[in-house]
Structures are given as C-alpha cells and as structure tokens.
Design a protein around this ligand. Structure first.
Ligand SMILES: Cc1cc2nc3c(=O)[nH]c(=O)nc-3n(C[C@H](O)[C@H](O)[C@H](O)COP(=O)(O)OP(=O)(O)OC[C@H]3O[C@@H](n4cnc5c(N)ncnc54)[C@H](O)[C@@H]3O)c2cc1C
Length: 503
C-alpha cells in the first residue's frame, strides 16, 4: 500500500511495529520480506517515483581528502534508491554486476587492523541463495568451473595466484519490479513517499527509539511512532541520522566512537596493460567478455586472487576485468569521425571477443583492478556546519587513499603482472593512483560483537539500544572488492528473519 506524504498535515502521527527509513534496495528487500507477517510496517522514502530536483538536492554534502565525485553525484533519492544510477547494461537494460564477498573478507587478518566480521561466509550462505533469487540472478555459483562451456574457456596458463571467476549481471527491473509489486499489494506494509526522516528521538534512557520526525519539502512536519526502527538510507545517511541523535550525551550507538568512521569505497586501478602475444587472443578470451550462459544467466569472466594468496592479508582483495583498448589508429578515427564511428566502428564495450580483426582493432587489454580499501577510522562521515533545505545539518565525508593500502596495491599489481606474463607482455604505470569513484559506500556503522569496536551487533542492532537497527553496506566491517548489492540484499533477508523471530 502506498501513501504520498504531500497530503499529510502537520499534526499527523502514524503508529507502527517496524519503521524502515529508506526505500532503496536494502529497505525494499527488508519490507518485502515482512509482507504478510504478523507486524505492521511503514517505509519512509524521501523521494517519489521520479527524480525531483529539490529532493535530489538533499543528497549534497561536503567532501574533503582525495578527489571524489561528491555526495550528490553518488547517491539518489527515489523509490529504488541509488539503483537508479546504475551504469552497466545487459541486452540494452540498465543492470548491476553482482558478486558475493569472499570467505577471506569475513575473517580477521593478522596484518590488517579492524578486519573480520562477527560471522563467516558460511553463516550467510542461505541468505546469499535467497539474494540470488531476489536479484533475478542464476544459481549461487561464481567459480569458473560452474560456467565453462565449449565456447567460453578460461585461460589455463596463468600463474598460480590467480583464478578465474565470474560476476553475474542482473537488470534493475528484475530486482525492483517484484519488490515494488509485492509492497503495493501488501496490506501490512505502507510505503510513504516524500517522507524525509530528519531526526530520531529516543526515550530518557537513550536505549529506545520512540519516534521519527519527518519533513516533506514544502509540506508537513509529522512523525511516526514505532516499536522498532531500521535505518536503511545508505551508508552516508545512516551515519548522519545516528550522528544527529547527539543531544549532548553522545550519538546513539557511538559509545565506541565508530559512528561515521571506517568509510570504504571500491577504488578502481587502471595501471596495468596486457599486450597479448597471439593475434587470436581476443577471440580466445571470450570467457572474460560479457556473455549469456546456457541457463540464461548473464556473466562476465574475471580474474581473482586464490584463497592462499588472500590468506596473509598482505594483499588487497581484488578482481581483474579485461577491458580491450582500441588501437591508436582506430582511436584517432573514432575521434575524427564520431557519427561514422557510432554506426560502423568497433567500440571498447562488451562483445569485444566477437570482433572480426580484433588484433588490428585493439592495442591490448587494460586490466581493470577493482580493489578493496581497508577500513580506517579517519575515513569518515561527520556533520557539516551547513544545513539542507529542511534545516538539517549536512553530512561531510573525508575520504583518502592511504599509503599502507597503496603499498598493498603495488604488491598486487606486481603479482597480477607476473601471473599474466604467460598471456602477453605487461606494462605497469607506477605513478597511477586508483580512482575511488565506484560509488559503493560502506562501513560507517560497522558490525562488531564488542560495543567498544563497532556500532551494531551481528544482526544490525545499534549497540546500547533495544529497538534501533541498521540495514545496508554501512554495517560492513570490511568490504572486500565485491560490488555490494548481493551482500546488502542477503543482510536484509537476514535482518528480516531476526525481526520476525523477535516479534
Ligand atoms: C553509478 C553506480 C553504479 C553502481 N553499480 C553497482 C553494481 O553494478 N553492483 C552493485 O552491487 N552495486 C552498485 N552500485 C551501488 C549500489 O547501487 C548501492 O550500494 C545500493 O543502492 C545501496 O542500497 P541501499 O538501499 O543501502 O541505499 P540506497 O540505494 O542509497 O537507498 C537509500 C534510500 O534511502 C532514501 N533516503 C535517504 N535519506 C533518507 C531520509 N533521511 N529519509 C527517508 N529516506 C531517505 C533514499 O531516497 C534512497 O531511496 C552502484 C552505485 C552507483 C552510484
């Protein structure tokens, strides 16, 4: 069921069992998992069903540190959340790349501060299975062996530390449409659009959240009283809403001082180029292109670090994607004749392995490394001195690529270059710094069983509170290299089960 808060008046107060703040993928999955259960649910969504300038403007904030695209450009307020910014495509449809975290991402690593989750990948396995179905993907299978067919064979000659795996690709529609339909039909779930949570109120003890104050731009100020509240507003906003609860006695969940800290991105490194030795290397590399498997699943082959290489923690977890680069001649031709190029000339996009005359069209593969960033307390979200149009303090992000991670990246580049030496000649741009702009925000309300070391417990409950929870990548203590959606969805499934078991 859906309500537009533009019709509400100032004295409106709604009562509910569970109030979810944010109707992005994390909040929608959580709400859909509670459909037809014995509880009443309200989902508060800042936006509506279309982009609206004054709502999108609420996403701006301050940024300091290394060059970063900005908080307005990397988040989106609308039902469906930041999925509206996805920029991958499959068969012409907007899509995302999906991969689970690796087993090593969940484990404490001796040489890495603040590493380790409160549970293992095995504990999330069943929820990953369900996440695959919710995201409209194939089976939970990411090793190359599950996907090899006669036309798509991974390289067999690469060095010992690299293994071949895949991403799966799913469309935005496959994820969002069934969630929206299920919530629309539900009699126990109310999705309130144009409802921006502006503050979270606790009782005198600070242990229990009693209500949420909500503003509708140009409209009412109203509230929801809820027995349990889940913040599912994205990693920057979840931290901001917690920091805003500080009325002098400290923000909720911030006994450890970790609220807002440990922000992570998935930087992208383009320092490595592979110049294949044999002219038919492009056709023989089709496993690493985007392709459709026999069961209909879209996959993209990739290279990954094997378990042994990851175990020491000396390397950043990473995934390597092959991106063919146009030869200089073709590059110049495309620039000189753009309209001809759009129709007739080869581009660098998917389908490259099927290009006729690929050895002439391409000048090699750029080896795109999607890398992990270690959680660091100084990479953090705080509150700005500026306010948004609703009068609320804006978030301020400090992000930097730190030297310890850069040294790990340099070791990683050396290993990848060495292990791909069997395929061709490698060049390394040793001056290159990775680009932070994958727009995968994580880590600002990290999970830890010990309240002194984290913000939420293993279920996402904010430490020191009875009824305040967090959903989404802000709870990730470490974020591996993997695009976050699959784990976000799995954690929402897990949290829904926990909320059901408590009610
Ligand atoms: C360009 C781009 C490409 C990406 N590609 C991929 C990919 O291929 N694979 C992948 O795994 N991930 C990808 N991501 C990341 C992925 O989209 C996010 O990790 C994911 O959307 C996070 O889900 P979420 O529900 O936690 O937060 P969001 O999607 O950000 O949703 C948060 C929701 O909360 C609402 N909200 C915010 N503040 C408030 C408030 N105060 N009150 C009420 N509502 C509020 C917002 O309007 C929004 O709808 C990409 C991101 C970008 C920007």
């Amino acid at each position: 069921m859906e309500l537009d808060a533009k019709r509400f008046t100032d004295d409106t107060t709604l009562d509910t069992d569970v109030c979810i703040v944010g109707a992005g993928p994390a909040g929608l999955v959580l709400a859909a998992e509670l459909v037809d259960r014995q509880c009443d649910v309200i989902v508060l969504e800042s936006g509506g069903h279309y982009p609206e300038a004054e709502i999108l403007a609420l996403n701006v904030g301050d940024v300091s540190g290394d060059v970063y695209a900005g908080l307005g450009a990397t988040r989106h307020r609308q039902v469906g959340g930041t999925a509206h910014l996805w920029n991958s495509a499959v068969a012409g449809a907007i899509s995302a790349k999906y991969a689970p975290l690796d087993a090593a991402d969940f484990l404490p690593r001796a040489s890495r501060d603040h590493s380790g989750w409160p549970f293992t990948v095995a504990d999330l396995r069943g929820d990953y299975d369900r996440a695959q179905r919710i995201c409209g993907l194939g089976p939970f299978a990411y090793d190359a062996a599950a996907w090899i067919d006669s036309s798509h064979q991974p390289w067999s000659t690469i060095g010992p530390r690299l293994v071949s795996r895949v991403y799966q690709v799913g469309t935005r529609d496959a994820l969002l449409s069934p969630l929206r339909a299920s919530i629309e039909r539900a009699t126990n779930v109310r999705l309130c659009t144009h409802a921006s949570a502006v503050s979270v109120q606790g009782d005198a003890s600070g242990r229990s959240v009693t209500s949420i104050s909500i503003a509708t731009p140009g409209g009412a100020r109203w509230s929801v009283r809820a027995k349990r509240v889940v913040l599912a507003a994205g990693a920057v906003e979840n931290a901001r809403l917690l920091l805003l609860t500080d009325a002098g006695a400290g923000a909720m969940g911030n006994g450890s001082g970790w609220v807002g800290r440990g922000f992570m991105e998935h930087p992208r490194d383009r320092a490595l180029m592979l110049h294949p030795r044999s002219a038919d290397a492009y056709a023989r590399s089709s496993f690493y292109d985007q392709w459709r498997a026999a069961d209909g699943t879209w996959v993209v082959g990739r290279l990954a670090l094997g378990e042994d290489a990851l175990a020491s923690g000396e390397l950043l977890n990473a995934s390597a994607t092959l991106v063919p680069r146009l030869s200089n001649t073709l590059h110049r031709l495309r620039a000189a004749l753009p309209s001809l190029a759009a129709r007739w000339l080869q581009s660098e996009g998917h389908g490259w392995s099927r290009t006729r005359g690929a050895a002439r069209a391409f000048g090699g593969f750029s080896v795109l490394l999607n890398v992990e960033q270690s959680p660091h307390p100084e990479n953090r979200v705080t509150l700005s001195a500026r306010r948004d149009s609703l009068g609320v303090l804006l978030p301020a992000l400090h992000w930097s690529w730190r030297e310890d991670d850069h040294r790990r990246l340099e070791r990683l580049r050396a290993i990848v270059a060495e292990d791909l030496g069997a395929i061709g000649t490698m060049t390394v741009d040793t001056n290159a710094r990775p680009d932070p702009n994958a727009h995968h925000h994580a880590g600002t309300t990290r999970m830890h069983d010990d309240p002194k070391l984290g913000v939420t417990d293993r279920h996402g409950r904010v430490h020191g509170t009875d009824n305040l929870f967090v959903a989404g990548a802000s709870t990730f203590p470490t974020a591996g290299f993997a695009n976050p959606m699959l784990t976000i969805v799995a954690l929402s499934v897990r949290l829904a089960r926990h909320l059901r078991s408590e009610s």
